[in-house]
Structures are given as structure tokens and as C-alpha cells.
Write a protein that binds this ligand. Structure first.
Ligand SMILES: [Zn+2]
Ligand SMILES: [Zn+2]
Length: 333
């Protein structure tokens, strides 16, 4: 019936069938896409004009609060995401670094690395995977190295109760540097990767390892007057906070706009956000990190952040860097 997959997809898009995602299996659609004639930016690795229009989401999870794989695939397609990075959890285990098991599954029922690999293998055009492990487990280094040899694009989401400048972080930094992959970190005051004000030590000691910061303490500290216990500050921002300085002073520090904290950093002071995006345009990446099944509307923080970035970016070139170019360069995807 269809001349080719491209024609068929165009019909599905214009008819709204894709957006509804009801009767069609997205995994089958994605598999078809592999043979489609549309240009694919996968093999390119620079933030060139060809990247304009592409959306890379560097922050999603398998089984995020129980969401099914099909729902995740639908969610990403409805948001208009071309490539998604799956960030797995570490092993489920009760110890101090996991708050005695309360933070297992990244405290959100997220499944470990094997689950991310399985989904990425089923939909290789649209998904890539990081590897992860509880960093103070004796076997952590070996496990992560095995996954890096298998093709993991990074390490994370590191969301454990360890000091951010501990020997465990140094182990991760050294390993990631050896394999040329980034580490994605969740900074949350007194809870995960603690002692944010000390992270400059790691940045300086491991200049060949790229780090991607995210979460409440990362985003709160764009403000010079940030109160560390505050998770979602609403006050205007004074530039020069710790995050602003790490991004400016360390070539190996990057930021991910995902979750409510990333969105809040943009909406709390839009005038500040415009300048922040402009001055760190080579350091910032889009991520969603939302667990809804909609991919649009009021309950989908990822789609809202996407709209905000499109509105606040100074021009299409900067927007393309944040939505795909920087991720393609840093993650080599
Ligand atoms: Zn996080
Ligand atoms: Zn969403």
C-alpha cells in the first residue's frame, strides 16, 4: 500500500496516528525506520548545521516508577526525540551508599544496566545506554569496565550517598577517562554526591574525564546566593554560583537540563536563563527525566523544558547545540 516507509510515516504523522500511539507497536515502527531512506545523523559527530532540528534526550530510565518499555518508547516519540540515552540503576543492595536500600533503583524503581541494553538492542536507532553500579561495591570497577567494553556510552546516573570527591568518585573518573566516556551525576545536598563545593578537586585532577551535572543542588547553585537546603528556589538569580563557575572554569564540566530542577533553573529567572544559555552554549544538554506516559502536556516536564529552551535560546545555532550537538560531541553518539 505504501510506496516506502517514509511515505507511510508521513501519513501516520499527518493523520495523528503516531501521536496517539494506540494500535501501533512503536517497536515495530522503529525497526522499520532502520531501513528508511531518511538521513540519519548517527555517524556524524559534530555540532554542524545538520544537527538542527534533531532532539537528543540524554536522561531517561527503563521501568521509571514502573513505566513499561512501550510507554517509554511512545513517550519519547511523542516528545519528538530522535535519540534517547538510557541511564540504568546500580545493583539493589542495602548499605550506606544506597541509604540502606532506600535509594536502590535510583529511588525510582529504575532497572539496572542489562535492562537498558535490552531496550537499546530492540530499538537501536532511537536508544543508547550508559552503564551503572553502586561505586563503593568492591566489584564495581570490573563490572563497569566490562560494560564499557560492550559499548556503554557513559557511566550513570550516579545517584548514591557518597562524598562527590571520595575515592569511589576517583575510581569512576579514572575509568571513564580511560574509555573516553562521560559520567552523569545527580547532585543533591546531604543526600547524593555530597559536598558539591568540593567537586572542583575532581574536575582538576581528572581533566580528561567529562562530567555531566544534574539535579537540585547542581541547578540551585547557578545562583551565587543559593541556600544549600533549598531544592527548588524561586528567587531571581545572581550569576557566579558554584555551578556557573564550574561550567566557566573547567572544560570537562557539563550540565543536563532534565527534571523539575532543570526546568526550574530556566523559569525562576528567564532573563538570567537567556544569558546562562548563551554563555554556556557548548556545555549544556537537553534531558527529560520525566516518568509520565504522555510525552506532552502539563504532566510532562520533559516536553515543557523542550518548549522553554526553544523559546529562550538566542538563535537556532545555540538551540541545535543544546538539543543535540553537544550530546553528540560529548557522548560520541
Ligand atoms: Zn537524578
Ligand atoms: Zn514526560
Amino acid at each position: 500500500m505504501w510506496k516506502n516507509n517514509k511515505t507511510r510515516r508521513r501519513f501516520l504523522k499527518s493523520s495523528g496516528i503516531l501521536a496517539l500511539g494506540t494500535s501501533l507497536n512503536p517497536l515495530e515502527l522503529a525497526a522499520e525506520d532502520k531501513t528508511g531512506a531518511e538521513p540519519n545523523a548517527q555517524s556524524e559527530n559534530t555540532s554542524n548545521p545538520a544537527a538542527e532540528g534533531l532532539v537528543y534526550d540524554i536522561h531517561q530510565h527503563v521501568n521509571f516508577k514502573g513505566r513499561f518499555d512501550k510507554q517509554l518508547v511512545d513517550h519519547q516519540r511523542i516528545m519528538g526525540v530522535d535519540k534517547t540515552v538510557l541511564l540504568p540503576s546500580g545493583s539493589a543492595i542495602a548499605r550506606l551508599s544506597t541509604h540502606e536500600g532506600k535509594s536502590d533503583g535510583l529511588a525510582a524503581q529504575v532497572h539496572p544496566t542489562e535492562a537498558a541494553i535490552l531496550l537499546a538492542e530492540r530499538v537501536p536507532k532511537n536508544f543508547v545506554w550508559f552503564c551503572n553500579e553502586v561505586p563503593d561495591l568492591p566489584e564495581a570497577r570490573q563490572k563497569l569496565e566490562n560494560y564499557l567494553k560492550q559499548g556503554a556510552k557513559g557511566i550513570g546516573e550516579q545517584k548514591f550517598n557518597i562524598p562527590c570527591d571520595s575515592k569511589h568518585m576517583e575510581m569512576l573518573a579514572e575509568l571513564a577517562g580511560d574509555y573516553g566516556v562521560p559520567i552523569l551525576l545527580h547532585f543533591q545536598h546531604e543526600k547524593y554526591n555530597t559536598g558539591f563545593e568540593n567537586f572542583w578537586k575532581v574536575l582538576g585532577k581528572y581533566p580528561n574525564t567529562n562530567f555531566i551535572g544534574h539535579a537540585q543542588t547542581w541547578w540551585g547553585n547557578i545562583d551565587k546566593h543559593h541556600v544549600q537546603a533549598e531544592m527548588y528556589p524561586k528567587t531571581p538569580v545572581t550569576p557566579g554560583g558554584i555551578t556557573d563557575r564550574y561550567l566557566a572554569d573547567y572544560p570537562n564540566m557539563f550540565g543536563d537540563f532534565s527534571a523539575g530542577s532543570g526546568r526550574n533553573s530556566l523559569t525562576r529567572d528567564e532573563d538570567h536563563a537567556r544569558g546562562f544559555i548563551k554563555r554556556h552554549q557548548d556545555k549544556l544538554m537537553y534531558g527529560s527525566d520525566c516518568n509520565d506516559i504522555f510525552g506532552q502536556g502539563a504532566k510532562c516536564s520533559g516536553s515543557q523544558t523542550l518548549a522553554i529552551l526553544r523559546r529562550l535560546a538566542p538563535d537556532q545555532t545555540v538551540l541545535a547545540k543544546i538539543l543535540s550537538g553537544n550530546a553528540r560531541r560529548i557522548l560520541r553518539i
